[in-house]
Design a protein around this ligand. Structure first.
Ligand code: ZN
Length: 122
């Protein structure tokens, strides 16, 4: 049986986020969104972020995407590392397109502040 679900989802994602050209150009983005490891990683990040966009001041709960803070293509060992993921809505995700590396430290500081808050509470 062929995976009918995966293909259109990926297409829509690419179209909406403007990633299609990147896929074509690089050809290196071989990620499979249906991979159980990927699914588990995505779910864990969503749970941790309370299914909310983590961009400061956004807090949107719809059309969430899980972003790799350190890029998928450049950091294979961190692909399924929960601390390397962050929830962003599609709008906020677009803001950082092609600037992923510039934003890595920014997202890490957001996550570490949240972690510190959580540790204080417990
Ligand atoms: Zn957002």
């Amino acid at each position: 049986m062929r995976k009918k679900k995966a293909a259109p989802k990926r297409g829509t994602y690419g179209k909406k986020a403007g990633f299609r050209r990147v896929y074509k150009k690089r050809g290196a983005d071989d990620r499979n969104y249906e991979n159980p490891l990927y699914v588990r990683w995505r779910n864990r990040v969503r749970e941790r972020d309370n299914k909310t966009c983590q961009w400061p001041g956004c807090g949107k709960r719809g059309s969430l995407q899980v972003h790799h803070i350190l890029k998928w293509s450049e950091h294979p060992l961190l692909r399924y590392e929960v601390s390397n993921g962050i929830c962003l809505c599609s709008k906020c995700h677009k803001k950082i397109w092609k600037k992923e590396n510039e934003f890595a430290a920014f997202f890490m500081s957001i996550l570490s502040m949240k972690l510190a808050e959580r540790l204080k509470k417990t």
